[in-house]
Ligand binder design. Sequence first.
Ligand code: CUA
Length: 371
Amino acid sequence: MTALLDLFSALSATAGDATFWMPERASTFADEVDGPFYVVYWISVFFTLLISALLIYFVVKYRRRGETSPDTADAPTHHTLLEVTWTALPLMLVIVLFYVGFEGYMNMELPPQNAMQVDVTAQRWSWTFTYPENGWQDAELHVPGDRPVQLLMRSTDVLHSFFVPDFRVKKDVVPGKFSRIWFESPNDTGEPTEHWLLCAEYCGKDHSRMIARVVVHPTYESYAAWLEDAADIFNKYPPHVAGSILFEKRGCVQCHTTDGAPLTGPSLKGAWSRAANRDTEFEAFGRIDLENYDGLVENYLREAILYSQAKIVAGYPENMPTFKGQLDEQEVAALIAYIKWLDEEGHVGSALEAWRGENPEAAAAVEGGAN
Ligand code: CUA
């Protein structure tokens, strides 16, 4: 049967290439998915053409001629050999296809013992990846190409679906339970390669924006170097810059802009001064009363991040997930510093870009040759 799989693979393209119906082949599953797909595809093409051609031929050959009925007395009613053939051949064909499909399915269901694990959290409308080595959470999925990777996935709200077309892996992420998927994506290019993760289950307004970059590092060493560097934000950057990085890494950016334009949630630009000037309006609670927050905008923003459902800004949906337990106090303080920075004249977008522009030497020192 392995020989059969090899034959199926040979009928499709060589590794790495996209084909007409299939995207780039970037995991070890590509052969066992594309092979059977193209076999079924070409069988379908063959029979569609054969049956259509015979149909046209018979329509012409046996068309009605004149008024007399043809004599059907001698016409055959059975042909045992023909009937056994057209039953047995398709039966064998579908048994073989079932075997190949089942073998591939079992292979995709059961991760190898040595697979490294990354935790995946899906929420409207972003993906968060938690790395086992140091607990760093990122909005990009980084994996080493030299070993199998299994993902333990959960959803904090509704049904999502994890889909990386280049890897041929797809699985529902269901609230209230874990699901698992694994893949191995060999990368011998010497450079990190990029792929796209899509959400493949309609999950609300911004479903189509629920995408994430997948980066495959050639080796575990280069993956580990990326991870160590990515996690080190508080040593490398001032708090508001660290907050700007967290804003992008933890999915805030999916729903909040930094230039004043409303999105799913209110823009973070101006959020500070709206609260400080007592202009923030809440659904059901009316105008903000800063005395409830000891007079500190920081306390209001902390509540808005950690207990996002406590008060909803008027005119926006109750969509924001709570970040209680997801962000520690240092991270919350950094995000608040970033929101405060955004409120200053001329500050929009990434504080990291702005900081790099203003402090080229310090940036070169902490970022060096990394990335
Ligand atoms: Cu998540 Cu669609």
